[in-house]
Each structure stands twice: as structure tokens, then as C-alpha cells.
Design a protein around this ligand. Structure first.
Ligand code: NAD
Ligand code: DAU
Length: 354
């Protein structure tokens, strides 16, 4: 049995999924260094729970800065690096792919180079324990028709600048394993949702707009399908993969919760009408607006996570119904987290490639 790493460096730990991972690891009593540039998507308020905990420290730094990362490795001496830092929003990648190329590809390359040098310098037992876990997305596989699931051996066919940059980073990580022997594990996950999700993404955007009675933009006909996973279930999967996953292998992570976008939006409307009715706004469904489709919009994502369940025993705790109810209630209870973030994103349509 593998012993969980005790010293974990988490890149992107001030973001949505990264902060869920950091909170989980600190609760377990592990020593965690969050390494994050604090872009528009990162905020220390997502780490309020671990702030001042002896098990947690924070470093504001860029993953493209090799010198800063080298110093962080030398000082913190991790036995596990979990790499989540990325530019993550597809619509932004359509308007400005440069940041995605830089952070997701050059940044990952920089981490690999510095981590390899660090790993080579460890003594034999520490070298044997060390792992680099690259966290990626199901979007690298492209799009599905009505049938089928993404498996670990599905060919890569990324369609957006975001997914192409993540596919590139996956290939680099794999190459550093095969060529240099760096001990890596990889994972590709479907759409996450839950607390601390930056409000430019579909689910939190819909929640916040519905609360204030603003239009709810649904791209195209709303028939695109995503496979939704509650963020803490992703964090539990990442913990297992990082600790017990086979070196050089990748694991698909998904919740078996396929939903059409329009159904997700209607579900959120119904919950908010029930828990926060507003006579001036009326039924939230009336706020739905079908808008111009996303260029290159992938039709359907759906994950086969059976390898993760079979080999590592992972099962998600939330259904979509339980997770979305929790999520809506969390946003209702936590305006102090999302209110300041409203200034950080264009509250109008982006990503039209015009
Ligand atoms: P996010 O946008 O919420 O957070 C990204 C974090 O990375 C932020 O804290 C940001 O400040 C930091 N960051 C960005 N550029 C950086 C840089 N150059 N140097 C250091 N830090 C930087 O993203 P997320 O949704 O939490 O996604 C985390 C990871 O998981 C990403 O790699 C993403 O591709 C992957 N992923 C996301 C989903 C999803 O549904 N959100 C699903 C599968 C995989
Ligand atoms: O599949 C995993 C990916 O899921 C992650 O790798 C990405 O980092 C993450 O952002 C997410 O990508 P999506 O493009 O699927 O997420 P987004 O929330 O942007 O959109 C979800 C779906 O909703 C998608 O089909 C586009 C649609 N959409 C989105 C927005 C923002 C709308 O219809 N209206 C909107 O306003």
C-alpha cells in the first residue's frame, strides 16, 4: 500500500478545484504549499479555511517563472506536486489564446524541467516516493455524438485553443515520463461544479444572474451535453490518483451525470424559485435567452471512469441533484465570496471570435 505524500505542492491552489484540493489535504493533516499567481481566477478568499493553519503556506508566483519554482521546490521539499494551475475558460481562449499557450504549455514545460532537476537531486528513498500529478480535462478528447464515452485510450482531438493547450501539456507530461523517467500520473476530468466556482462559468453565472433577475444566456439551442461532477468528488479522486495511481498512466474522472445545458439551467431556476422566490422577478425560467452559439462548440462530453473505480476504488459521493442543491445554497449563503469577483469578468458575452 502507498503511503500518502506528506508534503504537497499544489499549483493553482487558489482556484476553484485547486482550493478544494488544498482544503482537503490540510484537513487530513498534510503539509501544503499553494503556489499560485493569483490571476483574475485566483483568490485567497477561497483559502480562508486554511489561512493561518500550521499545515498551509502560500506563495504568489507564476508557473512560467522557473527560478521561483526552483526556489519553492528547494525550500518546501515536496514529495508530491499536484499541478492544477491553468487558464481554464474556453470563451476566454477564443478571444485570447496567447495566455493559454503561455501558462498551460510553457508553464507546464517549465514545471517539468524544474521538477526533473529537483527529483534527480533527491536521495534514493525520496526519489522513490516522489510523484508529479498533472490535472487535465476531458476536453482534450474533442466531442462525442449521441453515443459512446471518453476512455483513457480515446484519441486526442481538441477543438478549442483551451483544449489544444491542455492536450499539449498532457503530451509533454507523458513525454517527460517516457524519456526522462520522471514519476508522473495524469488525470482527465469532466465538468466540475460546486462552491468557489468562478462566476464566469455556466453554473455559477446562471445562479448569480437568476438571483438578481438578469438574463440567463444559453448558447445555441442549449442541447450541448456536459457530464457534471461535484468538485469535492474530483478532489477525492485526485487524492487517490496522486497517491495510488500507476506511474505513467492516466485516469478519467467523471460523475456519470450527463445533462443538456438547458436542463441544467432550468434545474437551477427551479431551485432558486423554491428557496428564494421573488415576486418582482417572477419564475426564473422566463429569464432564459438563447444566444449565438460558441464557435467550435463541442456537442457532448461523457466520461467512462470505470478504470478509476475498478483499480483505485473511487466512487463519487454526490448525485447531480444533491450537488446542485448544495451549490445553489452555498452561493446564497456566501455573497461575501462572489460579490467582489463580479468586477473581474466582463458581464457581457465574450468568445464569439469576432
Ligand atoms: P481556475 O481558473 O478556477 O483556477 C486556476 C488557478 O490557476 C487560479 O488560482 C489562477 O490564479 C492560477 N493560475 C493561472 N495561471 C497561473 C500561472 N501562470 N501561474 C500560477 N498560477 C496560475 O481553474 P479550475 O477550474 O480550478 O481548474 C483547475 C485545473 O483543472 C486546470 O488545469 C483545468 O484545466 C483542470 N480542469 C478543470 C475542470 C473544470 O470543470 N473546471 C475540469 C477538468 C479539469
Ligand atoms: O469538461 C471540462 C471543462 O469544463 C474544463 O476543462 C474547463 O476548464 C471548464 O471551464 C469547463 O468547460 P466548459 O466550456 O464545458 O464550461 P462552461 O461553464 O464555460 O460551459 C458549460 C456549457 O455551457 C458549455 O456547453 C457552454 C455553455 N454555456 C456557457 C456559458 C458561460 C452557456 O450556454 N452559456 C454561458 O453563459
Amino acid at each position: 500500500m502507498n503511503i500518502p505524500a506528506q508534503r504537497v505542492l499544489v499549483t493553482g491552489g487558489a482556484g476553484f478545484i485547486g482550493s478544494a484540493v488544498v482544503r482537503r489535504l490540510v484537513r487530513q493533516g498534510r503539509q501544503v504549499l499553494t503556489y499560485d499567481k493569483l490571476t483574475y481566477a485566483g483568490t485567497l478568499t477561497s483559502l480562508a479555511e486554511v489561512h493561518n493553519q500550521p499545515g498551509h503556506s502560500f506563495l504568489e508566483a507564476d508557473i512560467c517563472d522557473g527560478t521561483a519554482f526552483r526556489a519553492a521546490l528547494a525550500e518546501f521539499r515536496p514529495d508530491l506536486v499536484m499541478h492544477l494551475a491553468a487558464e481554464s475558460h474556453v470563451d476566454r481562449s477564443i478571444d485570447g489564446p496567447g495566455d493559454f499557450i503561455r501558462t498551460n504549455i510553457v508553464g507546464t514545460y517549465t514545471l517539468l524541467e524544474e521538477t526533473l532537476a529537483y527529483w534527480r537531486g533527491l536521495d534514493a528513498p525520496a526519489r522513490g516516493r516522489f510523484r508529479f500529478h498533472h490535472i487535465s480535462t476531458d476536453e482534450v478528447f474533442g466531442t462525442l455524438g449521441a453515443e459512446g464515452l471518453f476512455r483513457e485510450d480515446t484519441p486526442y482531438q481538441p477543438n478549442s485553443p483551451y483544449s489544444a493547450s491542455k492536450a499539449s501539456s498532457d503530451h509533454l507530461v507523458r513525454a517527460w515520463f517516457h524519456t526522462y523517467g520522471l514519476p508522473v500520473v495524469m488525470s482527465n476530468c469532466s465538468n466540475n461544479y460546486g462552491p468557489y466556482h468562478f462566476p464566469e462559468k455556466l453554473i455559477p453565472l446562471t445562479i448569480l444572474n437568476a438571483l438578481e433577475g438578469a438574463p440567463l444566456p444559453v448558447y445555441g439551442k442549449g442541447e450541448n451535453v456536459r457530464d457534471w461532477l461535484y468538485v469535492d468528488d474530483h478532489a477525492s479522486a485526485l487524492d487517490l490518483i496522486a497517491t495510488r495511481g500507476k506511474l505513467g498512466e492516466s485516469y478519467n474522472v467523471g460523475g456519470n451525470n450527463e445533462r443538456r445545458n438547458i436542463d441544467v439551467v432550468r434545474t437551477i431556476c427551479a431551485i432558486i424559485d423554491r428557496v428564494k422566490p421573488d415576486a418582482n422577478i417572477g419564475p426564473r425560467e422566463n429569464l432564459i435567452r438563447f444566444v449565438t452559439d460558441r464557435p467550435g462548440h463541442d456537442a457532448r462530453y461523457a466520461i467512462d471512469a470505470s478504470k478509476l473505480t475498478r483499480e483505485l476504488g473511487w466512487v463519487p459521493a454526490e448525485t447531480f441533484e444533491s450537488g446542485i442543491e448544495k451549490t445553489v445554497r452555498w452561493y446564497l449563503d456566501n455573497p461575501g465570496w462572489w460579490e467582489p469577483l463580479k468586477a473581474r469578468y466582463a458581464r457581457q458575452r465574450i468568445g464569439l471570435a469576432t
